[in-house]
Design a protein around this ligand. Structure first.
Ligand code: FAD
Length: 460
């Protein structure tokens, strides 16, 4: 009987791995909580929305088309056991726990590839929970999957390449983009150029995106800003910020796309027992891997943004490399993919430049007003977090969570962990890694049981 290989995630990393395995005669099981393959970047519009690949994916349309059509063909031919709309909610030894349409199930695997992508980083500011404020990913999903904008006049606030990309996608779709307000000073981009030259194609792409925003769509681009607050009573009415010289400004808008780059989603790797390490350059935690995506646990592999943020092209390479490792570990004799390894490495060197150029402005947390919401699921304010942590003496993020309930709600800390950990480290004057990271708890995502009740951690 051939080995049972399970892949979580059908984005660029998982889809490429599945195709490589299928080509080598292995029929992988691929699960994804989305109804269709593609992942974040190549997310497909709802079937009833008839938009062409070039309308949805711009200059990436050929890559999107290739990945979609190859994956669909392999699944239709039965070379891939494709299980859409299925959530992986726990890993225990060699069992993967899944749920589909309210029915829990488990798969006994021989090899597991986790290609579950990234989550967004948010730094709270007053009123960030007002209706009309979306994470950058949420803003993009509205556009890609549903063909609509998050508001009539949209401001993009935060930092990172996604900030500019989503703003351009909105401008191209005809939305009124009132500005891109980047917390990173422009000078940091210049000093990060040597690292970014590891991928001149990606650097050139970034330049083209910024130029198109400024020249073609006449979008206001501001660097080195400090967001002060989102204005509005019932919904977003504007954004207040200080420019690089400290002068106060306000811009009117009806929606805000907010985000401070991405971090790897490590919860499933954590549950599988993989070693997770801190990367000071990106201020993110990620699984410890070899060059092919092997983790510290035999039989478990990680590829794509879940291993370290490097973009879609790197994710496709990482998926192919992980498939290679699985085939070798299953006893196939194949030669080392040297060119692929070198290309993958160059994306990570480029990414080090991006991490420097668009570093999250964690110092802004020192000035966030006390009544600002830190954890929106549990409604924990900055003041409540700080006072409880100080009174009860928490010196580590899991203790802080149990004392304050910050990170204990539906999203399991996906939105607040980054800011809460940075805040705790600042309060204690400790390096960020010393306050640790939130331990993964099953279920990693809430889901509905067959009885129609939502199952959440802590429910009996
Ligand atoms: C919100 C968001 C938007 C982005 N937009 C862009 C963009 O426009 N352009 C760009 O260059 N980069 C974008 N990125 C970065 C980009 O997604 C990646 O570089 C690339 O897509 C990574 O590919 P991947 O296969 O590693 O992960 P992804 O493409 O994220 O795919 C991961 C897949 O795993 C699935 N999954 C996750 N957890 C589970 C689970 N527990 N059970 C079942 N399935 C699961 C997800 O549904 C998803 O389909 C975005 C990232 C995010 C988080």
């Amino acid at each position: 009987m051939s080995a049972v290989v399970v892949i979580i995630g059908a984005g660029p990393a998982g889809a490429r791995a599945a195709l490589a395995l299928a080509a080598a005669g292995i029929r992988p099981i691929v699960i994804d909580e989305q109804p269709r393959s593609g992942g974040q970047i190549y997310r497909r519009p709802a079937e009833e929305l008839r938009r062409s690949h070039s309308e949805v994916y711009g200059e990436d349309h050929q890559k999107a088309f290739a990945l979609h059509s190859e994956f669909d063909a392999a699944a239709a031919a039965g070379h891939i056991d494709w299980r859409p709309s299925t959530t992986a909610w726990a890993v225990h030894e060699n069992y993967l726990h899944i749920e589909c349409a309210g029915r829990p199930d488990q798969i006994d695997f021989d090899r597991l590839l986790i290609a579950s992508g990234a989550v967004e980083r948010v730094i709270p500011l007053p009123n960030w929970t007002l209706p009309g404020t979306f994470s950058l990913g949420g803003a993009q999903i509205a556009l890609k999957a549903h063909g609509c904008a998050i508001g009539e006049r949209v401001a993009f606030v935060g930092t990172g390449p996604l900030l500019y990309l989503v703003a351009l996608q909105y401008a191209q779709a005809g939305a009124d983009v009132v500005g891109v307000f980047d917390t990173s000073p422009f000078s940091r981009r210049i000093s990060s150029l040597p690292a970014m030259l590891a991928r001149p194609d990606m650097l050139w792409r970034g330049i083209r995106i910024t130029t198109a925003l400024a020249m073609r769509y006449r979008v206001k681009l501001r660097n080195g800003i400090r967001p002060v607050a989102i204005r509005g009573s019932d919904s977003v009415e504007g954004v207040a910020y200080r420019d690089a010289d400290g002068r106060a400004h306000e811009v009117a808008c009806t929606a805000v796309g907010l985000g401070y780059d991405l971090r790897p989603e490590v919860q499933l790797a954590d549950l599988a027992g993989c070693e997770i390490v801190y990367d000071p350059g990106s201020r993110n935690w990620r699984p410890h891997l070899d060059a092919y995506g092997r983790t510290s646990v035999a039989d478990v592999y990680v590829a794509g943004d879940g291993a370290g943020i490097a973009g879609a092209d790197a994710a496709e390479l990482a998926g192919s490399l992980a498939a290679h490792a699985i085939l070798v570990d299953l006893g196939q004799k194949i030669s080392a993919p040297t060119t692929m390894l070198e290309a993958h490495e160059s994306f990570h060197r480029f990414r080090q430049g991006i991490d420097r150029a668009f570093a999250a402005p964690i110092d802004h947390l020192r000035e966030v007003p006390a009544d600002t919401v830190l954890c929106r699921c549990e409604g924990v304010t900055v003041k409540a977090f700080k006072e409880t942590v100080a009174a009860m003496g928490a010196r580590e993020i899991n203790r802080a969570k149990s004392m304050t309930r910050c990170g204990m709600g539906r999203c399991q800390g996906r939105y607040c962990e980054f800011a809460a950990s940075e805040l705790l480290a600042q309060m204690l004057d400790l390096p960020r890694e010393e306050v640790g990271r939130l331990r993964a708890q099953p279920p990693v995502k809430p889901f509905a049981s067959s009885a129609g009740q939502e199952i959440r951690r802590g429910d009996s």
